[in-house]
Each structure stands twice: as C-alpha cells, then as structure tokens.
Write a protein that binds this ligand. Sequence first.
Ligand code: PLP
Length: 437
Amino acid sequence: MDEKNRMESILELRNSVIPPGYRSGTTVYVESAKGAVIRAIDGKEYIDFAGGIGVMTVGHSHPKVVAAIKDQAEKFTHTCFMVVPYESAVRLAEKLCQIAPGTAPKSTLFVNSGAEAVENAVKIARYFTKRQAIIALEHGYHGRTQLTMTLTSKVNPFKLGFGPFAPEVYHIPAPYCYRCSLGLKYPVCNVACADYLNDFLKYRVGAECTAAVIAEPLLGEGGFITPPPEYFTKLTGICRANGIVFIADEIQAGTGRTGKMFAIEHFGVEPDMITLAKGFAAGMPLSAVIGKREIMNSVHPGGLGGTYGANPVACRAALAVMDIFNEENLLQKAQSLGEKIRERLNAWQSKFEIIGDVRGLGPMLAIELVGDRETKKPAAEEASALVKYCIDHGVVILVCGTFNNVIRFLPPLVITDQELNKGLSVVEEGLASLRKK
Ligand SMILES: Cc1ncc(COP(=O)(O)O)c(C=O)c1O
C-alpha cells in the first residue's frame, strides 16, 4: 500500500472505530519524534510548538528518559504500589516534596492523570477541613471527569450536554485583565477580582462551608491568562484567614513551563496543595498531589489510591526528567527561550493589528487574536486558519481560550534556536497571510 492509500485507510478506519467526540486537531499521524521535531508516517517533519499539550518539556524521546523506561520495563512494569511497593516512587515523592515551594513539610500522592490529581486534591481538602464547597475560577480548566468538568469553566466542548454537574462547586471571576469581567482596569482596580472572594464567602457560600479554592497560577486552556503579580498574595491571604485550603493546579503551567519549576513561585506564595502532571513524566501517565503533610496525612490509611497510581515505569521516567532539569539547566534554558519568543511576539503585536494581547510567563506565552482592538471581538476563525496554515507549513501549534482565539506556545524546552526561529517564521507568515484574506 502506498503512503497516500495508507493515510486514507487510517483516516477512514479512525472515523469508524473512534468516536468523533475524541477529536484530533490534526491529521498528522506520527511515526517518531525527537527533541522538538515530529516525523509523520508520510515522512514529513513538523516543528512541535504543542508538545503534546505542554507535556514534552524535556523533548520527545530524550535518551535518558528512554533508557530509564527500557531499564524499568525489563525489571517489572507493575506490582501495584498499594500491594508490593518500590523505591522509585518513594524517591520521586521525596524529590517533589523537596522542590515544592515553601517550608512546610510535604507529602506526595501519585495517581494517573491531571484530572485524577485534581479529584484527589479536592477529596483530601474536603476530608481535612470537613467542609464541602470548592471555589474555582471562571476561565479555569481542571479536567474532564464529572467533578473536574464541573470545576472547569468553558462550556463548549467540555461541559455541553454532560450535566448534571457535581454539587458544591462555585466559580468567581478570573484575573483576566484584558477582558475584566468586573469592568475594571489594572492597576487602579486594586485587584478587585481577588477581593471578590471575600464577598463571595460572605454572601454566597459561607467560609465555614468552603473546603478549598483551586486555581491555575497561569490559566492554560482558558487562554494563558496571567494574573497580576499581587493576585495570589491577596487570594491566598483570604483563604488562610478563613481556614480554606488553597490548591495550585500546576498541571499545565508547572515543571519549568514558565521558567520556574512551579508557576506559583512567580507569585511568592506557598500553596497548601499542588496538582502536577503533564511535563514531569515525559508523557508517561503519571500525576501527583503534593501537599502540606498535615493536610495529606489527615486521611485514614487506605482512603487514597488506585491500581495504577505511581506506575514504576512512569516514576522512573519522572526521575529522569528531574535529572535532566539539573544536568541541562532547563530552567535557565526556559527563561532564555521565553525572552526569545516574547521578543518576537511583541514585534508581531506592533506589526499585526489582529494581535490584541501578548501574555504569559517565561516561555509559556500566547497571543490573543481580535477582529478589532477597540471592541476586542474574538477572532476565532482567524486563529483556526492560522493553526491550519502552520500545520500545512510544518508547525504543530494549538489554539486555546474561552473564545477559541488564543494561539499558545508550548514547545519542548530543549528546542534549538534554529527550530524555534524556523517555527516562529512560519507563524509570522501565517499571520501575514491572514491580513491578505
Ligand atoms: C490546569 C489543568 N488541570 C487539569 C488538567 C487535566 O489533565 P488530564 O488531561 O491529564 O486529565 C489539565 C489538562 O490540560 C490542565 O491543563
């Protein structure tokens, strides 16, 4: 079968055996991937600005990760940590407890996906506080299970038709300064969206009924919404004053993605719990809840777990990722990558009227496309045309945002300057092509 026929038959088969709800953003079928480059089954190469949605921080098929996975797979792949445990999970937990921000002693629970980590963080916060309500941010994203879908803000495609939703979940305005839902302007607003929590507790739920506030330090799926520097000091101050657990959902923004190991470090606060997934295990299905020991250890023995949590192959991959961060100075690399991308994005904003906002931290950056800078009408069609242009010209890139009009950059942190410049030039040409339409 030639390549064209093979592709056609895969696509046809896919459409008959995989539901359309489980959509893929491209029809690029991968054969192999290395560093920041994906090779498709038709031999075409793509620069990867998506990194499997911010997962491939250390790059595809990093030799150290591959070696760790192979070595572990030859020894054993599963005994269940709840039955016959193993050292790698303990060492990884030790490492995460050490590097998590703040001075309070920590402990770490391993589960499989981001959503499962969030589910567990909420369970533990409810257990510890003996309260039920959970407050999340508008524009936030926390997963697709019943509870995490409820915590998630965006309706279509994540919630539409999937109700009823989980009880005792509430949302407050996000620090989305470009589109402030309180109609205010930073900094004269004095970060009123954080103070809003106080009124919300007084008039809507009751602090004594609220177990946790969960927030992404930089809101990923919602459009790389970047809170003002003082936002989390205020928000967590209100949590602390009311005995409410603060959960930082670092699933997309963590593991060096913003130039610091944990994005919340940019804001100088210590969360009570952190959820981590994606970048820290190089694509292996592993997630973690890292929390203050006092909170984590409050749960009775056997109250937490799951068959596959702390999978030994995934733990070894994650330990390799931690080593790579040190050996290859990845945090420093991330910071300089961020400066390079930001310089280009800022220059584009002066050149292309369609770019309403440039935002993010470190290399976790995005451009928000608008039809008009005054009205800020979201340019969703143009964003999707830009993504298509990029794919047609060898760059995989993703849209995000509540209004589907934000182009986000999530390349592997190990991307070379040459790959980065080549990829950015394609995006720039794509932006220019929008203007011509
Ligand atoms: C901030 C955040 N939380 C939770 C999740 C859910 O993770 P998963 O898709 O592994 O369930 C995601 C996924 O994109 C995320 O970005």
